[in-house]
Design a protein around this ligand. Sequence first.
Ligand code: ADP
Ligand code: SF4
Ligand code: MG
Length: 418
Amino acid sequence: MSTTKSIAEQRPAPDAESSSGENLLEVSGLQMHFPIRQGIIFQRQVGAVKAVDGVDFAVKAGESLGLVGESGCGKSTTGRLATRLLEPTGGKIVFDGEDITHKPVAKMREARQNLQMIFQDPYSSLNPRHTVGTIIETPMKLNGINPPQGHKKRAQELLEIVGLNPEHYNRYPNEFSGGQRQRIGIARALALKPKLIVADEPVSALDVSIQAQVVNLLQDLQKEMGIAFLFIAHDLAVVRHFSERVAVMYLGKIVEVGDRRAIYERPRHPYTHALLSSVPEINPAADARERIRLAGDVPSPIDPPSGCRFRTRCWKAQDKCATEEPPLVRIEGNGEGHLTACHFPEEPSITAREEAIVLDPALAALEKAATAAEASKTEAPKADAKADAPKAEASKAEAKAEVPKADAKADEAGKDSK
Ligand SMILES: Nc1ncnc2c1ncn2[C@@H]1O[C@H](COP(=O)(O)OP(=O)(O)O)[C@@H](O)[C@H]1O
Ligand code: SF4
Ligand SMILES: [Mg+2]
């Protein structure tokens, strides 16, 4: 069975089903202030960690929005709020036309079926005492999904879709490598045929060579099953390949959002510029852009700077930046949908930048393959399906290449489990 075919069967492509262009997820004024309490008997609130502090964004059906920013800026909290694993202290979350902002957990089952999350750490996100089969089947059973072919067969199909062997059904998570565990996590998320997946740094805990395979798999799923993604990452390299639109977050706020080209070629916010600049060059000799090294640490979200939160690290800061918070708007010179929160934005930058951005070698190879595939699509549109199939198969073959490692571990682990 070809992976492409089995994936495509799960859900029609986005333009076949949900091309209305309406927002699947809409978040406005989102806020999460974690209370800080003091006192042993009478606990009183003495402050709050303003992890997310007024965030607006939307994800359309079938699209991928990248959410990028340094560690601690509130990305995971945003993801957990969007999937309602956390209840926000302010703002509004509308998913698939329904306001789920304060929906009681007990009533979230239906929405959560369509709103899944993949976690950063493939080691802690799978229950070590459950078999892979149980891990994948449990969400189906909890949600009353009874596939015609039965739970076991369906779980095995899902294992195949994510490039694992259906025979892994009876194994335990500790018998697998990091990349394979992440694939199990993806199969679990797919079991409910979600409309949106929040992927919270799904590859950062993996070896570079495995990162490309997992990104590739997610991309195949996005294209072929029409699943929308909120793809969280701490740098711009991974999401550039994956997301059509990118939002840049700093200290609980989105400071810039736009389509891929706007963010990578014409960033206007100094922080986006700095993030791009910190990505290494393919060819250091051809340094086509200025290098910006961000000085100092990210300030505490307990007491963020007044006005623009980036001002304590910004080389362009002026008095106005300390007193007036810049709104996230389409400033002069920005294209449609490109919003920037800055009083003194950067000039649209040199076009050479896009060429100068680089990924890890494995991601660079992945990007090269994607560019080649895109070029061949424009030349021969009818060859699409066929061109994709070997890619999916290749991704699967790569995953299987990891298997001997798991098998070796399984032999050892088998001693315990017998
Ligand atoms: N449950 C919590 N209680 C208090 N503070 C939290 C909690 N979860 C996260 N934080 C704080 O919120 C901020 C944002 O965290 P997080 O969303 O994990 O950032 P990121 O994913 O961008 O690294 C951090 O300062 C973190 O310490
Ligand atoms: S508003 Fe001021 S401090 Fe903030 S990013 Fe723009 S120039 Fe820098
Ligand atoms: Mg995080």
